[in-house]
Every structure is written in C-alpha cells, then in structure tokens.
Write a protein that binds this ligand. Structure first.
Ligand code: ADP
Ligand code: MG
Length: 365
C-alpha cells in the first residue's frame, strides 16, 4: 500500500493475488492431451491497482529495479522485459473484446521468479483478477486462466500448457487440482492431512532443455503417427504390448506417457482414500519412468530423490517440471518438511558441490 502510494501519489482501489504451483504428478502428459495434478504453494503474487481515465498504463514490480514502466493501451509491443506480461494481459483482453481504461499497478511476488513454480502464471492471473474487478469484466475463473495462457503463448512467446494458469486461477490451498488437459475438465481433490509438501531446486538448469523438450514432443508425435492415434492420451495401459512394437526410443517415450496418465488417476484415488504410502509409491514410480523411459532426469535430480528416500520420512519424491535439471517434489511425514528438506539439501550439497534451494516450505515462513 505504502509503496503504491509513494510511486503513484494515490491509493489503490483494487487488490488481487494468485499463488504459484507445483505439479504433484503427471509430467509430460499435458501436450499429449493427458492428466496433471498440480497443487498451489503458499507463495503468491499480489497486485494493487487503480484505474485511470486515460489510456496510460504505469506498472511497477517490487521484484524489479525500475520505479515504473509505462505504455499506452493499443500500443503494446514485446520488449523482452517483465512488462511483457502486463502488456500481454491488456493486449489479450482487447483481442477478446474486453474493454479497459488505463491503470496504475504495482505487483509484488514471493513466488521465486524463474524457478519452475510458475511465478509468471501467478502474475498473469493476479493481474487479470485485478482488472476483472476494476473494470467489471465478465470472465469466469476458467476463462481467466485461458486468457493467462494466451498471454504467455501469443505475447510473451512461452509455449506453456493450461496447467500453470489453471492452477493459479482455480487451485486452492490444501487441494490438489486434477485437470484433464484435453477437455479442460477439472476437479478439486482435498489433500489428506498427514503429509507435508517439500520442493527442492537442484541448482542446475540445463542449457538445451528447450531443445530437448521439443525433441520429446516430436517423439510423442511420431509415436502417435506410427500407432494411428491422435494423441497418446487415447491409449491406456492395456495398449502397452502395442507400444512395445514401436522403434526405440519411441516405445519407452510412449510408455512413460501412458503409464504416467494412469498414475495420475491412481494418485487421485490414493488421495481420496488417504493412502499416503500408495501416493508416495506413485511418486517414486513416476520418477523412475521419467528417468528410465522418458530420459528427462539428470544424476543430481536422481540423487535428490534417493536422499529423500534415505531420510525414512518421505512417502515419495520425484522430478517435477520439464526436467533436465530443476526441482524435486516430495511428500514427507507431517511436521517434518523443514527438517527433512534441510537434511536432503545438506547431503546433496556435500555430495555434488551444487547449491540447492529449498523452495517449499518457504524459508522464514
Ligand atoms: P516461472 O513461471 O517458472 O517462474 P518464467 O520464466 O515462466 O518462470 O517466468 C518468470 C518471469 O515472469 C520473470 O522473469 C518475470 O519476467 C516475470 N515475473 C513473474 N513474477 C513477476 C513479478 N512479481 N514482477 C515482475 N515480473 C515477474
Ligand atoms: Mg512460467
């Protein structure tokens, strides 16, 4: 509030926020029309906003240096800066026939930026929420999420799927969000008490991860062409013998996607019945499938998963996100998250010399 006042010499009239997310299970299934199961994390992006009567947008971020940046509505053009998310939001709203005036806005986020917890979707969704309220836009939460995806796909140039904006817009604390990425059907599944969420970043970001990601997508498309199906989503574990006839490595790639889709369904069942051991076993199985069949893990991530297992306090752990580096997500016995995360991080650092970051639970929280 004070920072907004100091910057813009006026009070904000609208406040909105949206959380970051982590995917519990369902990796590399989204672009195959399959299932994902994210949950929100405690960190959030907060937005304060006041409408203007002209076409000017003045935008500031507590996470960035400059006091504020400006542009006029209708003159949005990508500039490879964080302002692209704001410009993307106003440009996409206009393209979808939503009427806006200018505004002053300040955002501030404690979702770590660029760490795979989807700070960008938190920003898109928080800003869209603030604008929905300020200009009485007629948008439900799913429509709002899809606009957030358009911001990233069409303006920023990031080929993200629907999971990130849907998790930011529809996710709720203490709930997993089951999403069918083909139909956009979704369901909230209350997480059972008795488990804590841990997310640890390996400190490694693969330089060619975008290229490797595209290779995996192309492999899935080739597998579909050879099998005569539209998407790998159209296959189930009953089709595994057919997948085995594909040339390698397409056989293993397809097997990951098909078994992973099945694991998401099983994970939802395990959550519903409060079977944390089963849920944890699915995490480990998902990790092994990503490592052995989809080949998107790296030794450091495998080590983080193994160290989680060795604590004896984890139900399960797995690589989360696109892979080739990044983070693991683990479920630990309730009340042990911080201690277990610190133990894993210390051993990891000793063994690899890499600097891990504990992203959840939040340091200092
Ligand atoms: P992730 O979404 O995994 O955090 P991305 O690369 O998709 O990683 O998005 C990070 C980018 O989003 C940042 O580099 C910045 O441009 C923008 N961003 C996210 N949150 C903020 C914020 N609070 N203030 C300014 N820019 C932000
Ligand atoms: Mg992002």
């Amino acid at each position: 509030m004070d920072a907004f006042r100091t910057l813009f010499q006026r009070d904000p009239t609208v406040a909105a926020e949206a959380p970051g997310r982590v995917n519990l299970i369902g990796e590399h299934t989204d672009y195959n029309g399959g299932f994902v199961l994210p949950t929100v994390i405690p960190q959030r992006c907060r937005v304060l906003l006041a409408p203007r009567t002209d076409k000017l947008v003045r935008a500031a971020s507590g996470n960035m240096d400059a006091a504020f940046l400006l542009y006029r509505l209708g003159e949005e053009r990508p500039r490879c800066s964080w302002l692209d998310y704001v410009q993307g939001v106003t440009s996409v709203l206009r393209a979808n026939a939503h009427h806006l005036c200018g505004f002053d806005v300040r955002v501030e986020s404690n979702v770590p930026l660029g760490s795979g917890l989807s700070s960008s979707a938190a920003l898109d969704v928080a800003l869209l929420r603030a604008l929905r309220e300020a200009f009485r836009l007629s948008l439900n939460d799913l429509e709002l999420a899809l606009l957030g995806q358009q911001v990233e796909n069409r303006f920023v140039g990031a080929q993200v799927g629907v999971m990130d904006p849907m998790a930011a817009s529809l996710g709720e604390p203490g709930m997993a969000l089951f999403i069918d990425t083909r139909t956009l059907g979704y369901e909230h599944v209350p997480l059972p008490p008795g488990a804590d969420l841990v997310v640890i970043n390996s400190g490694i970001a693969h330089q060619h991860s975008a290229g490797d990601y595209n290779t995996r997508r192309a492999e899935c498309e080739r597998a579909c062409a050879l099998l005569g199906v539209r998407q790998l989503r159209d296959l189930t574990v009953a089709d595994l013998p057919r997948l085995a006839t594909l040339p390698t490595p397409l056989d293993r790639r397809a097997r990951h996607v098909v078994t992973e889709n099945s694991r998401v369904g099983e994970a939802v069942e395990a959550i519903r019945t409060g079977d944390l051991n089963r849920l944890g076993a699915l995490f480990y199985a998902s990790h092994e499938s990503q490592r052995d069949d989809y080949a998107v893990s790296i030794p450091e991530i495998d080590l983080l998963v193994e160290l989680s297992r060795q604590t004896g306090r984890a139900y399960g752990a797995r690589l989360t996100g696109g892979g080739f580096g990044g983070s693991i997500v683990a479920l630990t016995h309730a009340g042990t998250a911080r201690e277990v995360a610190e133990r894993i991080a210390t051993s990891y650092e000793q063994q690899t010399g890499q600097q891990p970051t504990i992203l959840v639970p939040q340091v200092g929280a």
